[in-house]
Design a protein around this ligand. Structure first.
Ligand SMILES: Nc1ncnc2c1ncn2[C@@H]1O[C@H](COP(=O)(O)OP(=O)(O)O)[C@@H](O)[C@H]1O
Ligand SMILES: [Mg+2]
Length: 596
């Protein structure tokens, strides 16, 4: 039977025997845990008590082994307020502080000398806390303070943070968006050449960044249809539903032809005997005229005998017409001239040049869902393609708010191209300097393969068991007991795990001024950011389209100097019919050969 605590504890503070802070002694230890026995009295008037969440240190020779106190027990379940009671402390070992000839003391995860039975344990001294969480990294930024010692800064390494991907998880209202905004402010301040693209489903980020942010809204969005790859275009044409394979094949066939026609004109097509489309695929980001696409299809319809094929093309034609006339898609088809605006479009979104505005916010709220999906997927895909084409000079951090919406655990409910584009960044982005910030209140509903690519995680409070389980799986076993605290963190408090911190760090985010927070109506402090190394857009576009296509174009410059307007006027000429015919003959002969 436990003796109930007295309503009012006596307070003989000056009696050291009664203080709730006797040293502990290790009585049991395995590879990961130590059990410590100690005495405790009844003093509540001081903060000298053992409690879960504290870090403790165990003296082993010259080293101090560090561990997290995650369970406290009173062995015989009785309590005598006037006596010293024996209690047991359960500690998960996390690393050690060692003397270093050059740096005083250093901390490292992992333990070289385990505690022996009888080793003495203390609550950790402040200097050791500083040693554990300080960062020698030049890219260190202070994002808050330690929960255990609010006067010690909580520091993370930006370079490590951006070298892979990071995630911020936590129940709604715990402070995720504000924490991310804080981190983004610091990145923008310290990493001068870092671009940030925010997919913002609640239109809340623009106000946080003031004049550092370039905002894309439904009204200002300018994304020519020819920038879409076939998969994305298909989603637009079939309104997010699965399209007929025959129609998709027709798009795959006619889009490169329309591109060739626009780029080289009809004559070139003839000269190449149907091989002209060889350098373009339906995915190459070069312009074409929508009218050309329609005309090419019409010509094919006119020259065909096969009723089936004719039906397919007619259906597709009807669909294309409907999309072009849909005002919701006017940002894609609005400008009917197919001038090559790729440099303007990409330069604006991906901040080349930076122009002191490293952040692009894509405000998704207010844009119809099927449109949002196509656009988000193009933006994510191009962030990767541009990093690749710029040889990593244009590095973008893609911030995915409400990430479980586009990259859900359930593959079937995801919009395939967006999911694909984000998954590609998750898997390969590191090589080219593209990273992800994944924000979600439901880690359980997020694609686990994406979460597994995040090697820094900031977990704010998570109430839901399933969500906590996911975090347990995502985080290295050495810090499991830390996870027990996830459900009891305060607002704005988090546990930071992974490569940007030396060991799991329970911390509280800095207070962010209202004007620099998401959703705020005010403008931010307008701190100016210097544009750093810039790169040429021409070069990026060259690489994006594939050196082959451009080389081809250069070879032909002397022969085909007719400008695109002249080509437009000369259209349609009998040659175009020939081009379509040639290509279809070629295709048929190929098909015949295949079936033979
Ligand atoms: N670091 C912070 N500094 C100041 N206020 C904060 C901070 N974090 C959270 N808040 C407050 O808490 C509220 C909820 O935070 P928010 O970031 O929107 O949460 P979440 O994105 O997790 O739903 C915000 O409106 C803000 O006022
Ligand atoms: Mg939020």
């Amino acid at each position: 039977m436990a003796t109930p605590l007295p309503a009012e504890a006596p307070a003989p503070i000056d009696d050291p025997i009664k203080r709730n802070r006797s040293e502990g002694v290790v009585v049991e230890c395995n590879g990961t845990e130590a059990k410590i026995t100690t005495k405790a009295g009844a003093i509540e008037a001081t903060d000298d008590y053992w409690a879960v969440g504290q870090l403790i240190s165990i003296q082993v020779g010259k080293n101090r082994v560090v561990g997290l106190l995650h369970r406290v027990e009173n062995d015989d379940e009785t309590w005598d307020p006037d006596e010293q009671n024996t209690i047991t402390l359960h500690v998960e070992l996390s690393g050690e502080v060692r003397p270093d000839t050059h740096r005083g003391f250093v901390f490292s995860g992992g333990i070289t000398q385990y505690p022996y039975i009888g080793a003495i344990a203390h609550k950790i001294r402040k200097q050791d806390l500083v040693t554990i969480y300080k960062s020698s990294d030049a890219s260190a930024i202070t994002i808050g303070s330690l929960s255990q010692a609010p006067d010690i800064p909580a520091v993370i390494s930006v370079d490590s943070l951006l070298s892979r991907h990071f995630a911020v998880v936590g129940t709604t209202g715990t402070g995720k968006s504000t924490a991310v905004t804080l981190i983004l402010h610091l990145i923008a301040k310290h990493k001068l050449n870092q671009r940030i693209l925010i997919l913002d489903p609640h239109n809340e980020y623009t106000s946080a960044f003031g004049n550092k942010a370039n905002t894309i809204t439904a009204e200002t969005l300018d994304l020519p249809f020819w920038l879409l790859n076939l998969e994305e275009f298909q989603q637009v044409v079939f309104r997010g539903r699965e399209g007929s394979q025959e129609e998709i094949d027709a798009l795959r066939e006619f889009i490169p032809k329309a591109k060739t026609l626009y780029r080289y004109g009809a004559q070139k097509g003839v000269r190449r005997k149907g091989g002209a489309g060889a350098t373009f695929t339906a995915d190459t980001p070069v312009p074409y005229r929508f009218a050309d696409l329609m005309k090419l299809m019409d010509e094919e319809i006119g020259s065909l005998d096969g009723a089936m094929r004719r039906l397919t093309l007619r259906q597709l034609r009807g669909r294309l017409e409907a999309v072009v006339n849909d005002p919701r898609f006017s940002f894609m088809f609005g400008s009917h001239d197919a001038t090559d605006r790729i440099e303007d479009v990409l330069g604006n979104i991906y901040r080349v040049p930076l122009d002191n505005m490293p952040i692009t916010v894509f405000q998704m709220s207010g844009i119809p869902s099927e449109v949002v999906n196509s656009v988000a997927s193009v933006l994510c895909r191009l962030a990767f393609d541009i990093a690749l084409a710029s040889q990593s000079k244009v590095k973008t951090l893609v911030v995915c708010e409400e990430a479980h919406r586009y990259i859900p655990a359930d593959v079937n409910s995801a919009f395939a191209p967006t999911r694909g584009a984000i998954a590609r960044i998750a898997k390969e982005g590191r090589k080219y300097g593209v990273s992800l910030a994944i924000i979600t209140q439901r880690p359980n509903e997020l694609d686990p393969t994406i979460l597994s690519q995040c090697n820094t995680i900031f977990s704010l409070r998570l109430g839901n068991d399933a969500d906590q389980d996911v975090m347990r799986k995502a985080i290295a076993s050495g810090s499991r007991s830390t996870l027990a605290f996830l459900s009891s963190l305060a607002d704005r408090e988090c546990i930071a795990f992974g490569s940007a911190v030396s060991t799991p760090m329970r911390m509280r985010f800095r207070n962010l001024a209202a004007s620099a927070r998401p959703s705020s109506q005010n403008v931010s402090d307008g701190e100016s950011i210097q544009a750093a190394a810039q790169t040429s857009l021409g070069e990026i576009v060259y690489n994006l389209r594939g050196a082959a296509a451009e080389r081809d174009e250069q070879d032909d410059d002397e022969e085909w100097t007719i400008n695109s307007n002249a080509l437009a006027e000369s259209f349609p000429e009998p040659e175009q019919v020939d081009l379509a015919h040639e290509v279809s003959l070629k295709r048929r002969s190929l098909l015949r050969r295949k079936t033979d």
